[in-house]
Design a binder for this molecule. Structure first.
Ligand SMILES: Cc1ncc(COP(=O)(O)O)c(C=O)c1O
Length: 410
């Protein structure tokens, strides 16, 4: 065993890793575009963009240069009394492309904290407004919004949250709309409508809940209905943002826009941890008051870190380059072809539920076990792929492929 591997096993506890059954972590020493290199020079295609974050590929020289230049000027500063160019520039750029009438950017550290802020903003919006107090939150079945307590509370009660279940706050769960169940969903909302403060959803794609996909044509009327009831709609685009579904944001597929949107993952091109919770003026205005208790009491030591914001601005520059969309289209075309090829395996009952949206393709491997995260095929699948030079992390028997957009046909 190499020195790094040995010390890793001795000192480090890895996320989402079953300690007894998982293979030890492979030391990665370099990344170049879609390829990761281990310490022995073995190459692996990063088939899930390093947990869905990386869009331009690894070791991007332009982003690295911008981060380096910023690090020499200002690496970090408290974001209460102070501001800085990278934060302002990134906010301005985001507001010009976000799907909706968003006017304010609140910076956070990652996807989970972006969700925490969205929930806190919504709860406090109603409190600050005064009058009729709303207390209920609605979320989709199978949703995943992160691992902090608020984010877990609005996520499916599955194996991820099993140990913490009695510490989570209650949420009304509804099915994702499929065009047939709209009456049932509307009845649930109708029965609680004056008490519901917000609805949180992953638009078009439920990622960690099993890469489940559903259509904009069914989500749009639901959002329209919820907005009529004055319910705050929170779009969790932590995963779907930045062309994952083929458009800049999944929200671009719908006419009805969210009141709050959460971003992270590809926000910095996948280079640094950063989150954003953006809201409309209507939400923000309820926090503008002489009453100091109406302040949004939330912030992190590294809120709007200048290096992370710089990476965000640099990633934006790359997105606006001529060839960027070609990369996205290339992945989409290949996924469509790949999905067609997979149908012959579906016919043989090796796999099922082949689906694709934008740059993501997914399916389940048929096994004798339950279709869930604990399905044992996962470890076998990952080690099989690694042997063939590809890194794919399945979630139980659910396989998904979403490489960086710079991945070539070769
Ligand atoms: C839709 C969605 N929301 C929130 C999160 C949480 O983000 P983070 O892992 O950065 O906390 C994730 C992470 O996978 C996600 O897919």
């Amino acid at each position: 065993m190499s020195d790094l591997k040995e010390k890793d096993e001795k000192y480090i506890w890895h996320p989402y890793t079953h300690i007894k059954s998982s293979a030890s972590a492979i030391p990665i020493v370099k990344g170049e575009k879609a390829i990761l290199f281990d310490e022995h020079g073995n190459k692996y295609i990063d088939g899930i963009s390093s947990w869905w974050v990386n869009i331009h590929g690894h070791g991007n020289k332009y982003i690295a240069k911008k981060i380096y230049e910023q690090a020499k000027k200002l690496e970090q500063v408290i974001f209460t009394a102070f501001t800085h160019r990278p934060a302002v520039e990134l906010a301005e750029k985001l507001l010009s492309v976000l799907p909706g009438d968003f006017t304010k950017i609140f910076y956070t550290d990652d996807g989970s904290t972006a969700i925490e802020v969205a929930i806190k903003m919504s709860i406090q919006y109603w409190r600050n407004k005064g009058g009729n107090q709303r207390s209920k939150i609605v979320a989709f079945r199978n949703s995943y919004h992160g691992d902090t307590f608020g984010a877990m509370s609005v996520s499916e009660r599955d194996v991820y949250t099993l140990a913490f279940r009695d510490k989570l706050f209650d949420v009304i769960f509804i099915e994702t709309p499929d065009g047939i169940n709209s009456e049932t969903i509307q009845t649930t909302i109708e029965n609680n409508k004056d008490e519901i403060l917000c609805f949180i959803y992953e638009p078009l794609l439920q990622g960690a809940g099993g890469m489940k996909m559903y259509g904009a044509e069914n989500l749009d009327p639901l959002l329209q209905y919820l907005k009529k009831q004055d319910i705050i709609c929170i779009a969790d685009e932590v995963l779907t943002g930045f062309y994952r579904t083929g458009k800049f944001f999944a929200g671009d597929y719908m006419d009805t826009k969210a009141d709050i949107i959460c971003l992270s993952k590809a926000l910095t091109g996948g280079t640094m941890a950063l989150g954003v919770t953006a809201c409309t003026q209507k939400i923000y205005d309820e926090f503008v008051s002489d009453d100091k208790t109406k302040t949004l009491f939330h912030g992190h030591s590294f809120t709007a870190n200048p290096l992370a914001c710089t990476a965000g601005v640099a990633s934006f520059d790359l997105i606006q380059e001529k060839g960027f969309l070609k990369g996205v289209e290339n992945i989409i075309t290949h996924h469509q072809k790949f999905a067609k090829k997979l149908y012959s395996f579906e016919k043989k009952n090796y796999i099922k539920n082949i689906r694709q949206t934008g740059t993501i393709v997914a399916f389940e491997i048929c096994t004798n076990e339950n279709d869930d995260y604990l399905n044992d095929v996962s470890d076998q699948f990952t080690s099989f792929c690694l042997k063939h030079g590809v890194y794919l992390r399945s979630m139980g028997n659910t396989i998904s492929v979403m490489p960086p957009y710079c991945t070539t046909s070769k």
